[in-house]
Design a protein around this ligand. Structure first.
Ligand SMILES: *Cc1c(COP(=O)(O)O)cnc(C)c1O
Length: 394
């Protein structure tokens, strides 16, 4: 059994309105980083997430970079020319995440300290974070990710940040539409970022957004993202700038996608539940979440194989074996995002665990991401479930 058309992990799902808004940008000649689409997506997303200000940017990575830069300037002031604002300062970061989270810290020469994951949501472990503050009491910045669209333990993390006088950057790139205690992710940090990358829950083909309740922060990010021009008739500059603003054409795509965010979440949730049901009796669990306090956006469905689970042929059923089977049937799975403390480029960085065991490495070793595309049909998903069951001899 092999699908004629590839079943993706997560691919763009267009609806038609995107083209209309892109065309409108073209016909009104707002082929620029200014225009109605940008104004509209900023207004609608600020309202959706429940923050006062949103600044549309070229990528989630750009949004995260300006988050960490702003955090650094707030904490330590403007650096000397040529130096990063976090120059050598330690920053506590989610360990199991996509590299972009950490790149934003590295761009400002911060020294990332990785905080291990917990088992309940696979996100930053508050116990490990508290331990990290005991070990490095001078740290003033925490970067928190909601992995795969599952909200982290927000209350616990925020309480620890408050106790230690630390600022929080929230990387909600994967979790747009997810909520914690009824409040949308992307609103919990002092500085917040979301992404419209092609594989996210809704997309602009690219793009990202900075979110805040503070007008002065929104103004600063808007200025930095447009080359830090001062209000003079000529080009006048006091600070380094970036060309990070979102295009009005891209904003047209985001604008067309926005009405379908909830629909995508419903589809992704259904995919998650079908996997869960389909895996009954197998020695596996789905990626966990806190059903009492949070509603994930179910961006990616993942599974983790029980320790010592034995599969076909008497050997262990490994994630690699399942991924190979999926690839054979023309479906895209992926290993769990490899924890940052295991990445070659961060080999010399500190890593803090809650109790001495490396939870991130364990999830990475036993887990995998399943095909989670919202255009996957029931029939296709049934085939995928049957193939995975067969990997366990069921
Ligand atoms: C996708 C992603 C980003 C980066 O967003 P881009 O829009 O691709 O730059 C950052 N953090 C996480 C966790 C992501 O998944």
């Amino acid at each position: 059994m092999r699908f004629d058309k590839r079943v993706w992990l997560a691919s763009p799902t267009m609806h038609g309105d995107e083209l209309r808004y892109m065309q409108e940008a073209y016909e009104t000649n707002w082929m620029s980083t200014v225009g109605k689409n940008i104004d509209e997506v900023e207004r609608q997303i600020a309202e959706k997430i429940g923050v006062k200000y949103a600044v549309a940017l070229s990528a989630g990575t750009a949004a995260l970079h300006l988050c960490t830069r702003l955090a650094g300037v707030t904490l330590y002031g403007m650096p000397q020319a040529g130096k990063g604002v976090l120059q050598g300062r330690k920053v506590f970061c989610s360990d199991m995440t996509f590299a972009a989270t950490l790149n934003s810290v590295a761009y400002e020469n911060g020294d990332a300290v990785f905080i291990d994951s917990e088992r309940d949501t696979w996100n930053m472990d508050p116990v490990a974070l508290e331990k990290a503050f005991e070990k490095f009491p001078n740290v003033r910045l925490v970067v928190l990710v909601h992995l795969y669209g599952t909200p982290a333990k927000v209350d616990e993390i925020r309480a620890i940040c408050k106790k230690h006088g630390a600022l929080l950057v929230e990387d909600a790139a994967e979790s747009f539409g997810a909520s914690y205690k009824g409040v949308q992710t992307g609103s919990f940090g002092d500085f917040n970022a979301i992404s419209f990358n092609g594989n996210k829950i809704i997309t602009g083909s690219s793009g990202g957004m900075f979110l805040t309740d503070k007008m002065e922060d929104a103004d600063r990010v808007r200025k930095w993202s447009t080359q830090s021009r001062e209000p003079f008739p000529w080009y006048e500059h006091e600070e380094i700038g970036y060309n990070y603003r979102m295009s009005n054409v891209i904003a047209g795509v985001v604008r067309g996608q926005l009405p379908y965010l909830e629909e995508h979440v419903v589809q992704k949730h259904a995919i998650y539940e079908r996997y869960k049901e389909g895996f009954k009796g197998l020695p596996v669990q789905m990626n966990p979440y806190d059903a009492t306090n949070s509603v994930p956006n179910f961006w990616l469905s993942c599974m983790i194989i029980d320790e010592n689970a034995v599969g076909e042929g008497g050997g262990k059923t490994t994630p690699a074996k399942i991924l190979e089977r999926l690839a054979d049937m023309n479906a895209e799975g992926r290993p769990i995002w490899k924890p940052m403390h295991m990445q070659p480029m961060y080999r010399n960085h500190a890593f803090v665990t809650a109790a001495g065991t490396d939870v991130g490495a364990d999830i990475f070793t036993r887990g995998l991401c399943l095909p989670s595309d919202n255009k996957m049909t029931l029939e296709q998903q049934d085939f995928i479930i049957a193939a995975i069951r067969a990997c366990f001899g069921k």
